[in-house]
Design a protein around this ligand. Sequence first.
Ligand code: RFL
Ligand code: PHB
Length: 389
Amino acid sequence: MKADVAIIGAGPAGLLLGHTLRQAGVDVVIVERHSAAHVRARIRAGVLETVTTDLLARLGLADRLQAEGLAHEGLLLADGDRLIRIDLAELTGRHVTVYGQTEVTADLIDAAPGRGLPIVWNAESVTLHDIESQTPSLRFRLAGVEQRLDARFLVGCDGFHGPARAAMPAAIGRTYERVYPFGWLGILADVAPCSDELIYANHPNGFALASMRSRTRSRYYIQAPLDEVVENWSDERLWDEIVVRLGPEAGARVVRGPALEKSVAPLRSFVFEPMAHGSLFLAGDAAHIVPPTGAKGLNLAASDVWYLSDALIGWFKRADAAGLATYSDRALARVWKAERFSWALTNLMHRFPDHTPFERRMQLAELDYIASSRAARTSIAENYVGLPL
Ligand code: RFL
Ligand code: PHB
């Protein structure tokens, strides 16, 4: 097999990049470890910045997003008793869109055959070769048979655990990491949301988030110990805790229902620099992870794709190498600001095992400051809707 660009991974980063390059007439093949059914079933992000929705619109793949996505013009921070509103529309003139990552992925997978975007599913043991040359390749097994894909460039869109970042020579890279001492226990249920807008709650018992996928499907999370097992949490116990942590006003409006899905996810901040070496580029979770508190992970994958697709199209269509040379620096400038925001919001809203009553009072003082200061709310709002490209 041959392609201009070989992409590893059919998550949001790989699918968005593949479609964008294909639309510009660049030959792409995506190689994915799992089946299409597995990728479609993964439940993850729910909040899209305009960076992401504009990319889908530019691809002409935003019909369902426009019909079914919910525009959110604000969000709420809860500090135990009070709800503090961050009015995104008034403070920034912008909004975010609630539309599940599952739906984004489905729309991109469904459109691939009609647009001549090949996706190789179920590719086992993908390895990267000759990344420092101009003739790199991927090797993998398909139903037990060895395959080879030659390309001019390789792009690792293979998430945090994929092989692409590991293929970078150790001497050229640097890793920055913070692992948080808790995870998020999530529940998805076909019940009406308790609020029209997302609620991020800092309760003495720990963090809680009220989110949604639609007007009839809710997504809630609570902070939980890292070693927590889902089996310890019956639906009833989890609903009880969600109600307590959201506070009296929102808690009273929680509608309970059977869990469609329940899982624990760890929280991590992580950046690998640089995002390019030789003929290999990284995009999305392959290069950086944020804790989900700021809703930035999927949106950072989309901003990487803006920069990288622009650079690769420049190289193939205008013989312009400048974009590829600056890709890593451009992408990382935006990544670090999103890392800062996600880390700060995580620190503000969670209960840390080593916190003393002093740290708790610092959190409450900051929430009180946010409630009273338009400048503080504007800072949160402009980060939440997404910083400019
Ligand atoms: P993905 O989605 O992990 O996709 C990587 C793909 O690569 C494949 N792969 C391989 N393929 C071939 N060979 C190999 N050896 C391979 N190894 C891996 C994988 O199967 C997969 O298909 O990375 P990508 O594309 O960079 O996208 C990143 C986003 O998925 C991620 O940042 C977000 O889900 C993070 N996130 C959120 N982001 C937001 O912007 N807003 C949110 O509201 C939000 N909420 C969340 C989140 C992530 C969560 N979890 C579970 C981590 C909520 C949660 C709970
Ligand atoms: C979600 O709905 O899954 C979600 C929303 C906002 C976040 C994280 C996750 O910050």
